[in-house]
Design a binder for this molecule. Structure first.
Ligand SMILES: NC(=O)c1ccc[n+]([C@@H]2O[C@H](COP(=O)([O-])OP(=O)(O)OC[C@H]3O[C@@H](n4cnc5c(N)ncnc54)[C@H](OP(=O)(O)O)[C@@H]3O)[C@@H](O)[C@H]2O)c1
Length: 310
């Protein structure tokens, strides 16, 4: 089979095209493109060409499929559109680095009060128990996320652009440092004991629930991440589509009830906004996928992320 590889503007990427066996897969094609262009398969996005001006979404070639699947076995030639996604990293690498920053930075403000001298606070610092609990809570959260990244999540997307590592690290390191700065500040005033207990108690309960939600999501796929997108069921997923985000938001609410800083609440608001957008997209994707037609199950009635509002 002869494959013509063109850019989105129609320019030929591999001059004269690529000759492959009739039984070749998309992965074979990606390897052949790699040899010719030095662009690793992880950064190649191959789609079927669409008519100029068409609003249709192009079909993305699945590396596991045979090229014949895209010609319906009728044609000896195939044209594919190539897009270079740029340097990529695995999702595990992305998540590891974005969580490592806040995990390392937060304790600096707790263990090294000398930091505050640079900001003009010369006096002795007395550590309140809530500041110690907040340190444990924070570190527990990010260690949990790193462990889940390596041992629980079964990702479907292999890679993410390397630029996302820098963007996400800046986001987490900036918020992490700001929150640590205020919670460990020499002039920090704790809230009442009861409020601290309620905040951390509720937060820990939500962190454990969040872990359980991740176990449920893990069990929707096989060990190699196969199985696609399924309807999550059981525990809080019977009520809300993105129960993992719901419990994530509530566990930050618990932290903020106990520590009460403005920047902590801003972090909660930004995270809630981001996760709400993702949850809306996931909810509508699941509803579209499980539409109850042609033998497919119908997606059950559920809240999206924050019952009883959304
Ligand atoms: N504080 C914050 O700002 C913030 C922001 C985002 C996330 N988080 C935390 O980090 C965790 C992970 O985030 P995430 O965005 O990766 O979560 P996610 O997309 O909801 O899912 C976590 C894992 O479950 C899989 N999964 C989700 N829905 C599935 C379905 N219907 N069928 C099969 N597999 C499914 C995902 O696969 P795919 O690889 O296909 O997606 C992914 O591997 C969150 O649950 C949350 O606790 C925190």
């Amino acid at each position: 089979m002869k494959v013509t590889v063109v850019s989105r503007s129609g320019r030929e990427i591999v001059e004269g095209g690529i000759e492959l066996k009739d039984s070749a897969t998309v992965a074979d094609l990606q390897e052949a493109i790699h040899k010719q262009t030095k662009k690793h398969p992880s950064r190649q996005r191959l789609t079927l060409p669409v008519q100029p001006g068409s609003k249709e979404k192009p079909v993305v070639l699945n590396y596991k499929k045979s090229l014949n699947d895209y010609t319906s076995g009728k044609s000896e030639t195939l044209t594919v559109t190539f897009k270079d996604l740029g340097p990529q990293v695995s999702y595990r690498t992305l998540f590891f680095f974005e969580y490592l920053g806040p995990l390392l930075l937060y304790p600096v403000f707790y263990y090294f009060p000398v930091v505050y001298q640079y900001f003009g606070y010369k006096g002795e610092r007395v550590i309140h128990p809530v500041q110690t609990y907040a340190l444990y809570y924070w570190c527990f959260h990010y260690v949990k996320r790193i462990l889940e990244t390596f041992f629980v999540h079964r990702f479907s997307h292999a890679t993410s652009p390397i630029s996302n590592v820098f963007r996400n690290c800046v986001y987490y390191c900036t918020f992490g440092s700001y929150i640590a700065y205020y919670v460990n500040h020499p002039l920090y005033t704790p809230v009442s004991d009861l409020q601290i207990k309620i905040g951390f108690g509720f937060g820990i309960l939500c962190q454990i629930s969040n872990f359980y939600c991740h176990i449920i999501l893990r069990n929707l796929r096989g060990p190699a991440g196969e199985g696609g997108c399924q309807i999550p069921r059981g525990f809080l997923f019977n009520i809300v589509t993105c129960a993992n985000y719901t419990t994530e938001i509530y566990q930050w609410l618990g932290f903020n009830i106990a520590t009460q800083t403005i920047v902590g609440y801003i972090f909660l608001a930004v995270g809630t906004f981001t996760m709400t957008n993702w949850a809306l997209a996931k909810h509508s994707h699941l509803k579209k996928l499980f539409d109850g037609k042609e033998g497919r199950p119908r997606y059950p009635r559920r809240w999206v992320i924050l019952p009883p509002f959304l």
